[in-house]
Design a protein around this ligand. Structure first.
Ligand SMILES: [Zn+2]
Length: 336
C-alpha cells in the first residue's frame, strides 16, 4: 500500500476538559471579555470548490459534459438578480471547529453514531450534551445544544469570473462500508485521532467540477462575542496565522488530490468597547492593525498555551504537517 494523502492527528491522551458554559445569557460572561470582528485576507492556493449538491453542464476546452458545480446563488443588485459564487460562513465555521477541537481538549462535534464504539471512554470525547453544565473549549466557542455560538463567520460572495472548470479523478466517500478501517485504529480497536488531508500538487482527471481558481483573493470576516483573550488565541491558532505555528487550511471538495488549500493573513481586528462599563452606546471601536495586530494575536496564543487551552504538541504537529512548504509535495497515486 502506498502513501496516504492524509495523516492522523492523535488524540492528546487526556480527557476532554469541560468547564462552565458561556454565551447563553450574556455577551460579556467573563471580565475583560472581547467582542468584535477579525478581518482576514484569504488566498486560494489550490482549486477550491464547495459543492452545493447540484450537477450541471460544464465546458472544458472542446469537451462538454455534466460536472459538479460550485455553490452559487442569486442576489438582488439594483433590482436585478445577479449570480454570485458562495463560500458559506458555516463551511468555514465547521472547518475552524474541527481545527479547534483537534488542538484543544474538546469533544468530537461531528461524530457518526456508528463510530462511537471506537472511542476510548476515558477520553470522554462524545459531544457535550444538553443538561450538562460543563462544556469543552470548542463547544464554548462554536456552541452546542443550549449554548449559543460565540464565533460566527460571514458568508463570502464572489464574482462568477473566479470560477473555472477543473478535473479530478473520481472520488469516493472515505471509510465507505462498515466501521473504521484498520489504519485509524490503535490498540483494542480504539480510534487513534482525527484525520486531516495533506497538501500536495493537484492530480488526476476524469470528473469535471467548477472551482474557484488558484490565486483568487477574498476577505473573511469572523465575528466573536465575549471571548476571553486565551479563547481568541485558540481561535487565532486554529486559523494557522501564528508565525511559529503557521499552516494552510484545507476546505471543500477533492482534498485527497490536492484541492482546497487556503492561506489566511490577519488584516484588522476591531474590538467593541465594554458595554457594561460604558453604557449602551459602548466606548467606541478599537482598531488593531499591522505589527500591533500580530503582537496582539501572538500574546493571545501565548495565553492559550500557558492556560492549557491549546495542546501544544497537537498544534505543532498540525502546523508541521500542513505547513505552507508542503503545498508542492508530490501527489499520491491511486487509490485515494
Ligand atoms: Zn464539546
Amino acid at each position: 500500500m502506498g502513501e496516504k494523502p492524509y495523516f492522523i492527528l492523535p488524540f492528546p491522551g487526556k480527557a476532554v476538559k469541560r468547564g462552565a458554559g458561556a454565551g447563553h445569557y450574556s455577551l460579556n460572561p467573563v471580565p475583560d471579555a472581547l467582542s468584535g470582528r477579525l478581518v482576514l485576507k484569504a488566498k486560494v492556493l489550490r482549486p477550491l470548490s464547495v459543492y452545493g449538491g447540484i450537477n450541471g453542464p460544464v465546458r472544458a476546452g472542446q469537451r462538454e459534459g455534466i460536472g459538479l458545480l460550485q455553490l452559487t446563488c442569486y442576489r438582488n443588485q439594483k433590482g436585478k438578480a445577479v449570480e454570485r459564487v458562495v463560500l458559506p460562513g458555516s463551511s468555514f465555521k465547521g472547518l475552524l471547529r474541527t481545527v479547534v477541537e483537534s488542538i484543544s481538549l474538546s469533544c468530537l462535534g461531528a461524530l457518526k453514531p456508528a463510530l462511537r464504539n471506537y472511542l476510548d471512554p476515558q477520553l470522554e470525547l462524545l459531544r457535550c450534551r444538553e443538561g450538562e453544565r460543563r462544556v469543552c473549549p470548542a463547544c464554548r466557542l462554536f456552541g452546542t445544544q443550549d449554548y449559543a455560538a460565540r464565533v460566527q463567520v460571514r458568508d463570502v460572495f464572489l464574482d462568477p469570473a473566479v470560477l473555472a472548470v477543473k478535473s479530478t479523478p473520481p472520488l469516493w466517500a472515505p471509510a465507505r462500508g462498515r466501521g473504521l478501517p484498520q489504519v485509524y485504529l490503535a490498540n483494542r480497536n480504539r480510534a487513534k485521532g482525527r484525520k486531516f488531508y495533506l497538501h500536495s500538487q493537484v492530480t488526476g482527471a476524469g470528473e469535471y467540477r467548477t472551482a474557484i481558481k488558484e490565486g483568487t483573493g477574498f476577505t473573511l470576516e469572523i465575528y466573536f462575542y465575549g471571548l476571553s483573550r486565551p479563547e481568541l488565541g485558540l481561535l487565532a491558532a486554529a486559523l494557522g496565522v501564528h508565525p511559529r505555528y503557521r499552516f494552510l487550511l484545507k476546505m471543500g471538495a477533492a482534498k485527497p488530490v490536492g484541492w482546497g488549500a487556503i492561506e489566511l493573513s490577519p488584516e484588522r481586528l476591531e474590538l467593541c468597547g465594554n458595554v457594561a462599563e460604558s453604557g449602551r452606546m459602548g466606548a467606541g471601536l478599537r482598531e488593531v492593525t499591522g505589527p500591533a495586530l500580530e503582537g496582539f494575536l501572538q500574546e493571545a496564543v501565548a495565553g492559550a498555551l500557558d492556560g492549557g487551552l491549546i495542546e501544544e504538541a497537537s498544534l505543532e504537529k498540525l502546523s508541521r504537517d500542513l505547513a505552507p512548504g508542503t503545498l508542492n509535495s508530490p501527489p499520491v497515486s491511486l487509490p485515494y
